[in-house]
Design a binder for this molecule. Structure first.
Ligand code: GLN
Length: 287
């Protein structure tokens, strides 16, 4: 059995199981098992598949055919060009979330400052920002100890030193601390959203995905609590679902933030809303 044939069979099996990216999935899994990149695979596809790797590959393809996310099967996912370890204890980093990183970087004007990432999971947002702003000090918090351990491992693997991860229930362990930027990709999907029954989300921790109040509970909580943890002039930036822009802007306005806006992701969907905390100010105009 050559590698090419093995791939073709796996792709057919995954396609029959309903995977929309069957060929790519098969390639990524085979690369993972063989410890090679896809260029290698294209070059050496007529080689015989080694028996041991063949068996491991078959097991991964079977798991993928059941719907298991690729990022859990390979144990990693790339985000902002960083290779991050993933685990079923955390949300899988999404390309959409890179918009939040960009928006935070655009507002990190001063050479030094402090950024807080709430519900950091793998540490993706915090690590991406920290890698771009080595003179900033970054804190990532998560409620789940498993996530904190994983995020620390990611920082170590990537040799990103200007970062610390802590266990905290939202702001609970941060009393008296202030930041220039507070960011979060909180759970924001409504409990009854049919999206939860499709694709990777079925295998991801519900606590990282689902929130009460039609998905808005976490976002509203963060809007309400963040102000006392922002320096004057500091920004709160929140990722949310594509139908939640107005609700988040309304919450920001009610809490007195200024310069409120919503940004779109690459797909043209509302994805990140933000507001500025101005001491003594009452906030104001939406844009
Ligand atoms: N964007 C993710 C999804 O729709 C959800 C992320 C989240 O709830 N924070 O799959």
């Amino acid at each position: 059995m050559t590698l090419d044939r093995l791939l073709a069979q796996a792709a057919a099996r995954l396609s029959a199981a309903g995977s929309p990216s069957a060929r790519l999935d098969a390639e990524v899994l085979l690369c993972h098992v063989l410890g090679v990149d896809r260029t290698w695979l294209y070059t050496w596809g007529d080689r015989e598949a080694p028996v041991f790797e063949w068996a491991r590959f078959e097991a991964l393809v079977a798991a993928r055919a059941q719907g298991q996310p690729i990022a859990y099967l390979t144990g990693e996912r790339e985000f902002w060009g960083l290779r991050l370890a993933t685990s079923p204890h955390t949300l899988i980093p999404r390309p959409d979330t890179e918009r939040l990183v960009e928006a935070a970087l655009e507002r990190a004007a001063s050479p030094r400052g402090r950024l807080l990432d709430l519900g950091t999971g793998t540490g993706a947002i915090a690590l991406a920002f920290a890698s771009e702003r080595p003179d900033w000090s970054v804190v990532g918090i998560d409620l789940r100890p498993e996530a904190v351990v994983l995020a620390r491992q990611n920082a170590e693997r990537l040799a990103i030193a200007n970062i610390a991860f802590r266990e905290s229930d939202w702001f609970a362990a941060l009393e008296g601390e202030r930041f220039h930027l507070v960011v979060s990709n909180p759970p924001y999907i409504a409990e009854d959203d049919p999206h939860l029954r499709r694709g990777d989300v079925r295998f991801e921790p519900q606590s990282a995905l689902v929130a009460a109040e039609g998905g808005l509970a976490g976002l509203r909580h963060l809007v309400g609590e963040a102000r006392v943890h922002l320096v004057s002039g500091g920004w709160l930036l929140l990722e949310h679902g594509h139908g939640q822009g107005k609700a988040v802007r309304d919450a920001l306005a009610a809490a007195g933030y200024a310069e409120i806006a919503t940004l779109r992701d690459l797909g043209g969907h509302d994805r990140v809303s933000l507001g500025r905390h101005v001491e003594g100010g009452t906030g104001g105009g939406q844009s």
